[in-house]
Design a protein around this ligand. Structure first.
Ligand code: ATP
Ligand code: MG
Length: 546
C-alpha cells in the first residue's frame, strides 16, 4: 500500500535530497520493548515507514532495549506482530543492544578526548549539583580526573567492581548551560539486571541520550523522527554525533504527539488497568493498544487513514475520537456484508404459516455494493425480532415499527401484521401472534399498500446463539492525561455491556467483520465457540456525536 503523506518532514526530506545532503532517505521506528504499542505509536510508525517509502528509502525497526529493568522479549514479539498487522515491512530489524560494544568504544573515545569522566556523586548529590532552570549547576568534584584514571574506573565499572549507583560515566559539556540536558549528562550507569538479549554480559548500560544518536549514526539513519518531548535533547544528540566521530551524521526532527479525546495512552495507566484486572488484558477491546483496537474490530486501513488525516506538525494535538470512528465507517461501509442479528429477542409466531416449513429467501449481501453478491436467509413460522421494535400502541407518527394491529415489512421477507400478544405471569409480553401476507414477498414487485416501516428478524429454528459485546469509554469523565490521574476510581464500570440473542446461521471466522442491519459494525471475537458466536461492536452505524 502506498501511503500519501504531506507534511513538514516530507518537505525537509525533499529538499535534503535535492540539495544532495543525503542520497537516500533512511528512517527508523524505535519502540522500547517495555509495553504494547498503542494508537499514538501508530503516528510515529506510519510517519517513518510512509515517508521513507515515498522516496524509495528504507526504514529499520529498532528495538530501543538499553534499559533491561523494564524490557522483555514478549513485548518484542507483540510489537513485531502489530507492525505486520498494520502492513509495514521493516528493511532491517535491529536492537539497540546489538551496538553495546561499539557504544562502549565510543565512550572510551570520549574519555580519551577528555569529554567524559567517571563521577562518584550519588543520585541526590548529582541532582543538587545540576542546578535548576534559573540557577546554573556546579562542576562535580570528579570532573577533572585524568584520562588514565577515568579509563581505569570505567573499565572497572564494566567489570562489575562497583555497585549500581556507586559510579556513572558523564559527558563533560557545560554545567552552566541553559539547557539542563547539557549539564554533564550521564552516559552510562551500572545496572545489575539481566538483559533479554545479552543476558549477564553487561552490568553497565548506556543512557538513551547517548545510545540513540549513536545507533542512528551506525545505521546510517538520515532523518531520526521523534516526538516533541525530545526537542531539548537535540543539542545533546548533535553533541554526541559530532564528538564520537561517527562516519555518518543523522539529523533529529521532532513532531507533535497524538492524543485522542477520552483515550488514555500513557504506558503507566494502561499497565495499571491491566494489573488491577479492571480490563481483561492488553488486548481488551476497550484498550487503545493496537492489539485491543484490532480485537475490537478496528481495521488497519481506518487507523492509517485516521493518522494521515490528523496531519503532522510541530505541536502536540488532541483529536476527537469520533474522527477515528468516521474512518471505520468509511472503511467498512462498502466492504462488509449486511446481516441480521437480534440482541434482545422477542418471539414472533406466524399463525398462518405452515408448521414444519423453512423457506430460503435470496437477499443482497450489501445493497450498496452489489459486487458482494447475495445469500439465502431462512424464514419460517418461528421468528425473533428486537424487543424494542414492538409497542402495543403506536406512540406517534415517528414510530416506524411493529404495534398491535399494525403491519411492518420484515427485511428481505414478507409483511407481517400483529394480531395478538402473549403475556407471562409477570405481565410481560413474551410472544407476538402475527400473520404474514404471501403476496408481499420481497422483490416480488408488490406495491398494494405501505407497511408501518421495515424491521429486521432472525428465523428461530436455524439461527445461531450470539453474545453481543458493546463498549464505551474506559473512563467515566472526559479524561485527559493529567498528572496522577486516579484511574481506578475514574474507571467506567459500564464500559462493557453484554446482550444475548441470535444471529443468522452461517460460518463465522474470528476477526471477520460485517454490518448488523440497523445497528452497527461488528467483528467476531476470539472467544467465539461452535455453540455461541461472540461479537464485538466496532462502531455504531451513525455517529452518536453531539
Ligand atoms: P516512553 O515514555 O517509555 O519512552 P513512548 O511512548 O515514547 O514511551 P516508545 O516505545 O519509546 O514509547 O515509542 C516509540 C516511538 O513512538 C517514539 O519515537 C515515540 O516518540 C513515538 N510515540 C509514542 N507515543 C506517541 C504519540 N502519542 N504520538 C506520536 N508519537 C508517539
Ligand atoms: Mg520513548
Amino acid at each position: 500500500m502506498k501511503i500519501e503523506m504531506n507534511n513538514f518532514i516530507k518537505a525537509i526530506m525533499e529538499s535534503d535530497l535535492k540539495e544532495g545532503k543525503v542520497k537516500e532517505i533512511v528512517t527508523r521506528f524505535p519502540p522500547e520493548p517495555n509495553a504494547y504499542l498503542h494508537i499514538g505509536h501508530a503516528r510515529a510508525m506510519v510517519t517513518n515507514f510512509a515517508l521513507a517509502e515515498t522516496f524509495n528509502g528504507k526504514t529499520n525497526l529498532r528495538f530501543d532495549d538499553t534499559n533491561p529493568a523494564k524490557e522483555d522479549a514478549s513485548f518484542v514479539d507483540a510489537i513485531i506482530k502489530d507492525i505486520e498487522w498494520l502492513g509495514f515491512k521493516p528493511d532491517n530489524v535491529f536492537y539497540g543492544s546489538d551496538y553495546f560494544e561499539e557504544t562502549f568504544e565510543k565512550a572510551l573515545l570520549l574519555i580519551r578526548k577528555s569529554l567524559a569522566y567517571v563521577c562518584d556523586l550519588n543520585a541526590l548529590e548529582t541532582s543538587k549539583y545540576r542546578g535548576t532552570l534559573s540557577t546554573p549547576g556546579i562542576n562535580s568534584p570528579y570532573r577533572d580526573r585524568s584520562v588514565e584514571e577515568n579509563l581505569e574506573l570505567f573499565m572497572n565499572m564494566r567489570k562489575g567492581l562497583y555497585k549500581p549507583g556507586e559510579r556513572v560515566l558523564r559527558a563533560k559539556i557545560d554545567m552552566a548551560s541553559s539547557n539542563i540536558n547539557m549539564r554533564d549528562p550521564v552516559l552510562y550507569r551500572i545496572l545489575d539486571i539481566p538483559h533479554h538479549k545479552t543476558s549477564n554480559e553487561w552490568v553497565i548500560y548506556p543512557m538513551y541520550d547517548f545510545a540513540h544518536p549513536l545507533q542512528d549514526a551506525f545505521e546510517g539513519i538520515t532523518h531520526s523522527l521523534c516526538s516533541l518531548e525530545y526537542d531539548n535533547h537535540r543539542p545533546l544528540y548533535d553533541w554526541v554525533v559530532a564528538n564520537c566521530e561517527t562516519k555518518h551524521t543523522p539529523k533529529q526532527i521532532e513532531f507533535g504527539r497524538l492524543s485522542i479525546t477520552n483515550t488514555i495512552m500513557s504506558k503507566r495507566y494502561l499497565k495499571q488497568l491491566v494489573e488491577s484486572k479492571l480490563v481483561t488484558g492488553y488486548d481488551d477491546p476497550r484498550m487503545p493498544t493496537l492489539v485491543g483496537l484490532r480485537r475490537r474490530g478496528y481495521t488497519k486501513d481506518a487507523i492509517i487513514n485516521f493518522i494521515i488525516e490528523t496531519g503532522l506538525s510541530r505541536t502536540n494535538a488532541t483529536v476527537e475520537r469520533d474522527m477515528l470512528d468516521h474512518f471505520l465507517r468509511e472503511d467498512l461501509k462498502l466492504k462488509t456484508n449486511r446481516i441480521m442479528g437480534i440482541k434482545e429477542p422477542l418471539k414472533v409466531t406466524l399463525t398462518n404459516y405452515a408448521d414444519d416449513k423453512v423457506e430460503y429467501l435470496e437477499i443482497n449481501n450489501n445493497s450498496e455494493a452489489l459486487e458482494l453478491g447475495s445469500r439465502k436467509i431462512a424464514f419460517s413460522k418461528h421468528l425473533y425480532i428486537e424487543k424494542e421494535d414492538f409497542l402495543l400502541e403506536k406512540p406517534n407518527k415517528h414510530f416506524k415499527r411493529l404495534a398491535l394491529n399494525l403491519e411492518v415489512r420484515l427485511f428481505g421477507a414478507y409483511f407481517i401484521k400483529c394480531n395478538d400478544v402473549v403475556y407471562n405471569k409477570s405481565g410481560e409480553i413474551v410472544e407476538l401472534l402475527c400473520t404474514y401476507d404471501p403476496l408481499t414477498k420481497s422483490n416480488s414487485g408488490f406495491d398494494g399498500r405501505k407497511p408501518n416501516g421495515t424491521i429486521h428478524f432472525c428465523e428461530a429454528t436455524t439461527s445461531k446463539k450470539a453474545k453481543f459485546n458493546e463498549f464505551d469509554s474506559l473512563l467515566n469523565e472526559a479524561a485527559t492525561e493529567e498528572e496522577n490521574l486516579d484511574i481506578i476510581s475514574r474507571f467506567n464500570k459500564d464500559s462493557w455491556k453484554v446482550y444475548n440473542g441470535f444471529i443468522e446461521d452461517k460460518k463465522y471466522e474470528i476477526e471477520e467483520k460485517f454490518q448488523l442491519i440497523r445497528d452497527g459494525y461488528y467483528t467476531v471475537d476470539k472467544t467465539s465457540t461452535d455453540e455461541e458466536v461472540v461479537l464485538n461492536k466496532i462502531v455504531s452505524l451513525k455517529s452518536s456525536f453531539k
